[in-house]
Structure formats: structure tokens, C-alpha cells
Design a protein around this ligand. Structure first.
Ligand SMILES: Cc1ncc(COP(=O)(O)OP(=O)(O)O)c(N)n1
Ligand SMILES: Cc1nc(C(=O)O)sc1CCOP(=O)(O)O
Ligand SMILES: [Mg+2]
Length: 214
């Protein structure tokens, strides 16, 4: 995700829905989404399911991502990222330390860290060796109950003071993409805006990509 020599200024980062009742059907949606335009990363974010379900979903979805040269990360659990041979893990503030995830995953896998609306948390994550930091929520979202609201200035300041990429997340619709990119986001992370788009995920990806290029 972070070692390409030529990258557009801001790329799309897809988050899966928290429940995937039909893996076959979701795999087709994912294939359509990734065929529609450039996506940097997909994060498997299943909630309230057992480990076997996460590993089964990873085994099904990761090859689709890799066929498109898209990184595949697992949310919350470095141990499952390792067991699934995923490209990395996304850690929240309660999901364990970067240091212990790094010990488990080594240097070749990505570790991203939720930093809410806090430069302090972002510096801590960066110092601990995170590959990216995530700020949010930028907008209202029904995907998750959020307690923090990030602003554009955070992205701009972070972009000015560090080389570590930052992700913007939370209620991001296509019309927000350019503003976040211009402010300094290196990735915009989207769940419902893609999987819940009335015209389907492929149309959604096209809209986000066009907005980012716009
Ligand atoms: C890219 C990205 N940013 C933030 C989050 C949120 O992570 P976390 O705070 O651990 O909350 P949950 O997603 O686990 O509910 C994320 N998953 N991805
Ligand atoms: C998983 C997640 N984390 C957030 C944070 O603010 O840390 S907001 C969020 C939900 C992202 O989904 P959508 O694109 O549907 O709003
Ligand atoms: Mg988490």
C-alpha cells in the first residue's frame, strides 16, 4: 500500500460491511467493485462472528483482492491477519499495541491504527511503527457508533509534519472525496457509500474515483 513509486494523491480504501451473510454474493460485488476502478486496499471488518467465519471470509475474498493487486487487511486482530496470511491489520485503540502486532506480523505486513481526532494518538502510532494512521469520523455514519469528530485541519497538519500516510473515514460520500483529498488525506475509507450505493458497488467506485480525479 505504501511502497509504490508513483501514487495518485488520494486513493480509495474499502471497508467490508460488518456482516456478510452470503459470501458468494459479496465476492461477486467485490469483484465488480475492484474491476470498476483503482482501489488501494480492502479491509475485512466483520463484527460479532467467530474466528472461523473471519478466516473463511478471508480465504474467499483475499484472492479476489490479490487478482486486482489490492491489499487485503483484517480488522481488529493481528493473530487472524497472520493466520489468514493477510497483508496486514487495522488496529483500534483497544485492539492491542502496534509493537505486539509488529512482532507477530514482521516488517512486510501493514499495520494501520485508528487515531480518532487526535494528533497525539497519531504521533504515538507513528512512533510505534504504524504504516498509516486513520482519522475520523469526518461525517455522520450509520455503520458504527462514533464518539469523535475529525476535521480537515487534522489532515492538513498531519500531511505537513509527517511522511506517514493518513486515512480519512466516517460517512464519506463521493461529494466529500475531493475536499478530503485536497486537505491532505492519502486514502479515503468507505463502507456504506460503496456497498449501499443505489446503483451498486461498481457504479459507486466509479463515482468516488471520478470525484478524486475531479
Ligand atoms: C481505516 C479504518 N479506520 C478506522 C477504523 C476503526 O477502527 P476501530 O476504532 O477499531 O473500530 P472498529 O472498526 O473495530 O469498529 C477502521 N476499522 N478502519
Ligand atoms: C469503521 C469506522 N470507523 C470510524 C471511525 O471514525 O473510526 S467511522 C467507521 C464507519 C465507516 O463506514 P461508512 O463509510 O459507512 O461511514
Ligand atoms: Mg477495532
Amino acid at each position: 500500500m505504501s511502497d509504490d513509486t508513483f501514487l495518485p494523491p488520494c486513493q480509495l480504501y474499502l471497508i467490508t460491511p460488518p456482516a456478510i451473510p452470503d459470501l458468494e454474493a459479496f465476492g461477486k460485488d467485490l469483484e465488480a467493485a475492484l474491476s470498476a476502478g483503482p482501489v488501494a486496499c480492502v479491509q475485512l471488518r466483520l463484527k460479532d462472528v467467530d474466528d472461523a467465519t473471519i478466516l473463511d471470509a478471508a480465504a474467499h475474498l483475499m484472492p479476489i483482492c490479490h487478482d486486482h493487486e489490492v491489499a487485503f487487511l483484517i480488522n481488529d486482530r493481528a493473530d487472524l491477519a497472520l493466520a489468514a496470511d493477510a497483508d496486514g491489520v487495522h488496529l483500534g485503540q483497544g485492539d492491542g499495541t502496534v509493537e505486539s502486532a509488529r512482532k507477530m506480523l514482521g516488517m512486510d505486513r501493514e499495520i494501520g491504527v485508528t487515531c480518532h481526532d487526535s494528533m497525539h494518538l497519531a504521533y504515538e502510532a507513528g512512533d510505534a511503527g504504524a504504516n498509516y494512521v486513520a482519522f475520523g469520523a469526518f461525517f455522520d455514519t450509520d455503520t458504527k457508533q462514533t464518539e469523535h469528530r475529525a476535521d480537515l485541519e487534522l489532515l492538513t497538519t498531519w500531511d505537513e509534519v509527517t511522511e506517514i500516510p493518513c486515512v480519512a473515514i466516517g460517512g464519506i460520500k463521493p461529494e466529500h472525496a475531493k475536499t478530503l483529498s485536497d486537505a491532505g488525506a492519502h486514502f479515503i475509507a468507505v463502507c456504506s457509500g460503496v456497498w449501499g450505493h443505489p446503483k451498486g458497488p461498481a457504479a459507486a467506485v466509479k463515482e468516488y474515483v471520478a470525484a478524486l480525479e475531479g
